[in-house]
Design a protein around this ligand. Structure first.
Ligand SMILES: [Zn+2]
Length: 279
Protein backbone atom coordinates (compact mmCIF):
# COMPACT_ATOMS: atom_id res chain seq x y z
CA UNK A 1 0.00 0.00 0.00
CA UNK A 2 1.07 3.54 -0.78
CA UNK A 3 0.43 6.78 1.08
CA UNK A 4 -2.21 9.07 -0.35
CA UNK A 5 -3.71 12.54 -0.06
CA UNK A 6 -6.61 14.55 -1.52
CA UNK A 7 -6.33 15.93 -5.07
CA UNK A 8 -7.83 19.24 -3.89
CA UNK A 9 -9.12 20.97 -0.74
CA UNK A 10 -12.66 20.47 0.53
CA UNK A 11 -14.60 22.65 2.97
CA UNK A 12 -17.24 21.96 5.63
CA UNK A 13 -19.52 24.34 7.54
CA UNK A 14 -21.59 23.46 10.56
CA UNK A 15 -21.81 23.55 14.33
CA UNK A 16 -19.86 21.76 17.05
CA UNK A 17 -22.11 19.12 18.59
CA UNK A 18 -20.80 19.78 22.09
CA UNK A 19 -20.21 23.57 22.02
CA UNK A 20 -23.15 24.42 19.77
CA UNK A 21 -20.92 27.06 18.13
CA UNK A 22 -20.48 27.50 14.37
CA UNK A 23 -17.29 26.03 12.92
CA UNK A 24 -15.72 25.83 9.49
CA UNK A 25 -13.17 23.25 8.43
CA UNK A 26 -11.05 22.75 5.33
CA UNK A 27 -9.23 19.52 4.53
CA UNK A 28 -6.17 20.27 2.41
CA UNK A 29 -3.78 17.99 0.50
CA UNK A 30 -0.44 17.36 2.22
CA UNK A 31 3.03 16.08 1.31
CA UNK A 32 4.00 12.44 1.85
CA UNK A 33 4.88 11.51 5.47
CA UNK A 34 2.82 14.42 6.85
CA UNK A 35 0.18 12.32 8.61
CA UNK A 36 -3.09 13.95 9.63
CA UNK A 37 -2.52 17.37 11.19
CA UNK A 38 -5.15 19.77 12.60
CA UNK A 39 -4.40 23.50 12.38
CA UNK A 40 -6.34 26.18 14.24
CA UNK A 41 -6.72 28.98 11.68
CA UNK A 42 -6.89 31.70 14.35
CA UNK A 43 -3.68 30.78 16.20
CA UNK A 44 -1.93 28.74 13.42
CA UNK A 45 -1.11 26.20 16.16
CA UNK A 46 -1.24 22.52 15.29
CA UNK A 47 -1.92 19.11 16.77
CA UNK A 48 -1.20 15.75 15.19
CA UNK A 49 -3.84 13.03 14.95
CA UNK A 50 -1.96 10.50 17.08
CA UNK A 51 -3.23 8.35 19.96
CA UNK A 52 -0.71 9.94 22.33
CA UNK A 53 -2.43 13.31 21.81
CA UNK A 54 -5.91 11.96 22.62
CA UNK A 55 -7.16 13.41 25.90
CA UNK A 56 -9.66 11.79 28.22
CA UNK A 57 -12.94 13.40 27.21
CA UNK A 58 -16.63 12.75 27.63
CA UNK A 59 -18.38 11.44 24.54
CA UNK A 60 -15.90 12.41 21.80
CA UNK A 61 -12.28 12.07 20.73
CA UNK A 62 -10.35 15.21 21.65
CA UNK A 63 -6.81 16.00 20.52
CA UNK A 64 -4.64 18.11 22.78
CA UNK A 65 -1.25 19.45 21.70
CA UNK A 66 -0.19 22.99 20.78
CA UNK A 67 -3.89 23.46 20.06
CA UNK A 68 -7.02 21.55 21.04
CA UNK A 69 -9.67 20.13 18.75
CA UNK A 70 -12.66 18.00 19.75
CA UNK A 71 -14.92 15.61 17.85
CA UNK A 72 -12.21 14.56 15.41
CA UNK A 73 -13.37 10.93 15.21
CA UNK A 74 -15.70 11.20 12.23
CA UNK A 75 -13.28 13.00 9.91
CA UNK A 76 -10.53 10.68 11.14
CA UNK A 77 -12.75 7.68 10.33
CA UNK A 78 -13.58 9.01 6.84
CA UNK A 79 -9.90 9.56 6.00
CA UNK A 80 -8.92 6.09 7.27
CA UNK A 81 -11.89 4.49 5.51
CA UNK A 82 -10.79 6.08 2.23
CA UNK A 83 -7.09 5.25 2.89
CA UNK A 84 -6.06 8.93 2.98
CA UNK A 85 -2.86 9.08 5.04
CA UNK A 86 -1.76 12.70 4.59
CA UNK A 87 -3.89 15.82 5.09
CA UNK A 88 -3.91 19.14 6.89
CA UNK A 89 -7.26 19.99 8.45
CA UNK A 90 -7.77 23.68 9.09
CA UNK A 91 -10.49 24.55 11.59
CA UNK A 92 -11.54 27.95 12.97
CA UNK A 93 -12.82 26.66 16.32
CA UNK A 94 -11.85 24.04 18.88
CA UNK A 95 -14.32 21.46 17.56
CA UNK A 96 -14.96 19.89 14.16
CA UNK A 97 -18.43 20.48 12.68
CA UNK A 98 -20.81 17.62 13.44
CA UNK A 99 -22.49 17.88 9.97
CA UNK A 100 -25.22 15.22 9.85
CA UNK A 101 -23.60 13.19 12.65
CA UNK A 102 -22.00 10.70 10.27
CA UNK A 103 -18.92 10.64 8.00
CA UNK A 104 -21.00 10.82 4.82
CA UNK A 105 -20.30 14.43 3.81
CA UNK A 106 -16.57 13.92 4.36
CA UNK A 107 -16.59 10.78 2.21
CA UNK A 108 -18.69 12.40 -0.55
CA UNK A 109 -16.62 15.59 -0.85
CA UNK A 110 -13.26 13.78 -0.65
CA UNK A 111 -14.41 11.24 -3.23
CA UNK A 112 -15.64 14.09 -5.49
CA UNK A 113 -12.22 15.80 -5.61
CA UNK A 114 -10.43 12.45 -5.75
CA UNK A 115 -7.53 10.80 -3.94
CA UNK A 116 -3.95 10.89 -5.17
CA UNK A 117 -1.45 8.09 -4.53
CA UNK A 118 1.94 9.28 -3.32
CA UNK A 119 5.27 7.63 -4.06
CA UNK A 120 5.93 6.51 -0.50
CA UNK A 121 4.97 3.25 1.23
CA UNK A 122 2.26 3.35 3.90
CA UNK A 123 3.45 2.10 7.28
CA UNK A 124 1.68 -1.10 8.32
CA UNK A 125 1.33 -2.64 11.77
CA UNK A 126 0.58 -6.33 12.10
CA UNK A 127 -0.81 -7.46 15.42
CA UNK A 128 1.18 -10.51 16.54
CA UNK A 129 -0.22 -11.10 20.02
CA UNK A 130 -3.69 -10.63 21.45
CA UNK A 131 -4.23 -7.58 23.62
CA UNK A 132 -7.33 -7.41 25.81
CA UNK A 133 -8.82 -4.56 27.79
CA UNK A 134 -11.66 -5.03 30.28
CA UNK A 135 -13.72 -2.32 31.94
CA UNK A 136 -16.50 -3.89 33.96
CA UNK A 137 -18.67 -5.70 31.43
CA UNK A 138 -17.16 -3.76 28.52
CA UNK A 139 -14.17 -5.19 26.70
CA UNK A 140 -12.01 -4.79 23.58
CA UNK A 141 -9.51 -7.19 22.03
CA UNK A 142 -6.99 -6.69 19.24
CA UNK A 143 -5.75 -9.97 17.81
CA UNK A 144 -3.78 -11.34 14.84
CA UNK A 145 -5.59 -11.64 11.47
CA UNK A 146 -4.82 -11.27 7.76
CA UNK A 147 -6.71 -7.99 7.33
CA UNK A 148 -8.34 -5.31 9.47
CA UNK A 149 -11.82 -6.16 10.66
CA UNK A 150 -13.97 -4.42 13.24
CA UNK A 151 -16.60 -6.38 15.17
CA UNK A 152 -18.88 -4.59 17.62
CA UNK A 153 -21.63 -5.74 19.92
CA UNK A 154 -23.61 -3.36 22.14
CA UNK A 155 -26.31 -3.70 24.74
CA UNK A 156 -28.88 -0.94 24.98
CA UNK A 157 -31.65 -3.22 26.24
CA UNK A 158 -31.97 -1.10 29.41
CA UNK A 159 -32.81 1.82 27.06
CA UNK A 160 -35.33 -0.23 25.12
CA UNK A 161 -33.16 -0.40 21.99
CA UNK A 162 -32.40 -3.68 20.24
CA UNK A 163 -29.17 -4.00 18.25
CA UNK A 164 -27.36 -6.86 16.51
CA UNK A 165 -23.62 -7.63 16.55
CA UNK A 166 -21.90 -6.54 13.32
CA UNK A 167 -18.54 -7.17 11.67
CA UNK A 168 -16.95 -4.93 9.04
CA UNK A 169 -13.96 -6.35 7.16
CA UNK A 170 -11.86 -3.87 5.18
CA UNK A 171 -10.80 -6.61 2.75
CA UNK A 172 -14.38 -7.41 1.73
CA UNK A 173 -16.56 -4.47 2.74
CA UNK A 174 -17.02 -0.96 1.36
CA UNK A 175 -16.59 1.73 4.03
CA UNK A 176 -18.24 4.44 1.91
CA UNK A 177 -21.52 2.55 1.42
CA UNK A 178 -21.72 0.34 4.54
CA UNK A 179 -20.37 2.48 7.40
CA UNK A 180 -19.93 6.18 6.49
CA UNK A 181 -23.65 7.08 6.59
CA UNK A 182 -24.29 5.84 10.14
CA UNK A 183 -25.14 8.75 12.44
CA UNK A 184 -24.32 9.57 16.05
CA UNK A 185 -27.15 8.54 18.34
CA UNK A 186 -28.52 9.21 21.78
CA UNK A 187 -31.51 8.68 24.00
CA UNK A 188 -34.26 11.19 24.66
CA UNK A 189 -34.21 10.41 28.39
CA UNK A 190 -30.53 11.54 28.56
CA UNK A 191 -31.05 14.82 26.68
CA UNK A 192 -31.91 16.95 29.71
CA UNK A 193 -28.92 15.70 31.72
CA UNK A 194 -26.56 16.48 28.82
CA UNK A 195 -27.89 20.02 28.35
CA UNK A 196 -27.70 20.70 32.10
CA UNK A 197 -24.06 19.66 32.08
CA UNK A 198 -23.33 21.79 29.02
CA UNK A 199 -22.72 18.73 26.86
CA UNK A 200 -24.15 18.14 23.40
CA UNK A 201 -25.32 21.80 23.15
CA UNK A 202 -25.30 21.55 19.34
CA UNK A 203 -27.12 18.21 19.19
CA UNK A 204 -30.39 18.14 17.30
CA UNK A 205 -32.41 15.75 15.19
CA UNK A 206 -30.41 17.11 12.20
CA UNK A 207 -27.21 15.50 13.50
CA UNK A 208 -28.20 12.83 16.02
CA UNK A 209 -30.53 9.85 15.94
CA UNK A 210 -32.57 10.16 19.12
CA UNK A 211 -34.37 7.09 20.43
CA UNK A 212 -37.43 7.19 22.66
CA UNK A 213 -37.99 4.82 25.62
CA UNK A 214 -39.22 2.08 23.30
CA UNK A 215 -36.13 2.26 21.09
CA UNK A 216 -37.99 4.08 18.32
CA UNK A 217 -36.16 6.89 16.47
CA UNK A 218 -37.77 10.32 16.82
CA UNK A 219 -36.13 11.50 13.58
CA UNK A 220 -38.30 11.92 10.51
CA UNK A 221 -37.53 9.12 8.08
CA UNK A 222 -36.33 6.79 10.85
CA UNK A 223 -33.03 4.94 10.52
CA UNK A 224 -30.83 4.95 7.41
CA UNK A 225 -30.22 1.21 7.75
CA UNK A 226 -30.90 -1.61 10.16
CA UNK A 227 -28.48 -1.57 13.05
CA UNK A 228 -27.39 2.04 12.35
CA UNK A 229 -26.17 2.55 15.97
CA UNK A 230 -23.76 -0.42 15.79
CA UNK A 231 -22.55 0.76 12.38
CA UNK A 232 -21.82 4.12 14.01
CA UNK A 233 -19.86 2.40 16.77
CA UNK A 234 -17.77 0.77 14.01
CA UNK A 235 -17.34 4.19 12.33
CA UNK A 236 -16.12 5.61 15.66
CA UNK A 237 -13.77 2.67 16.30
CA UNK A 238 -12.19 3.17 12.84
CA UNK A 239 -11.69 6.88 13.60
CA UNK A 240 -10.05 6.04 16.92
CA UNK A 241 -7.83 3.24 15.52
CA UNK A 242 -6.68 5.68 12.82
CA UNK A 243 -4.86 7.50 15.63
CA UNK A 244 -2.31 4.66 15.52
CA UNK A 245 -1.09 6.25 12.24
CA UNK A 246 -0.60 2.75 10.81
CA UNK A 247 -2.46 0.54 8.42
CA UNK A 248 -3.51 -1.99 11.05
CA UNK A 249 -3.51 -5.66 10.10
CA UNK A 250 -5.52 -7.42 12.78
CA UNK A 251 -8.90 -8.01 14.29
CA UNK A 252 -10.69 -5.52 16.57
CA UNK A 253 -13.55 -7.01 18.59
CA UNK A 254 -15.50 -5.12 21.22
CA UNK A 255 -18.47 -5.23 23.55
CA UNK A 256 -19.87 -1.76 24.35
CA UNK A 257 -16.74 0.17 23.26
CA UNK A 258 -16.21 3.89 23.89
CA UNK A 259 -13.73 6.48 22.64
CA UNK A 260 -11.89 6.23 25.94
CA UNK A 261 -11.51 2.43 25.72
CA UNK A 262 -10.50 2.66 22.03
CA UNK A 263 -7.67 4.95 23.02
CA UNK A 264 -6.65 2.78 25.98
CA UNK A 265 -6.41 -0.36 23.82
CA UNK A 266 -4.03 1.47 21.44
CA UNK A 267 -1.90 2.58 24.38
CA UNK A 268 -1.89 -1.02 25.62
CA UNK A 269 -0.92 -2.31 22.16
CA UNK A 270 2.02 0.09 21.84
CA UNK A 271 3.17 -0.45 25.43
CA UNK A 272 4.82 -3.77 24.53
CA UNK A 273 6.73 -4.18 21.23
CA UNK A 274 6.03 -7.93 21.34
CA UNK A 275 2.38 -7.19 20.52
CA UNK A 276 3.07 -6.09 16.93
CA UNK A 277 5.39 -5.95 13.94
CA UNK A 278 5.93 -2.83 11.86
CA UNK A 279 6.87 -2.97 8.19
ZN1 LIG B 1 -19.34 9.14 16.58
Amino acid sequence: MFQSTLKDSVTFDGVGVHSGEPCHAKICPAEKDTGIIFTNTKTRKQVRANYKNVANSAMCTKLVGDTTVSTVEHVSSALYGLHVTNAIIEVDNDEMPILDGSALEYVKKISDVGIEMQMAPRKALKITKMVRLDDGEKWITLSPAESLSISVNCDYSSKGLKTEPLKFDFAEGDYATEIAFARTFGFFEDAEFLKKNHLALGASLDNTVVFDKCGKPLNKGGLRAVNEPVRHKILDAIGDLAMSEFQIIGKYEAYCPSHKLNNLILRMLFSDARNYEIF
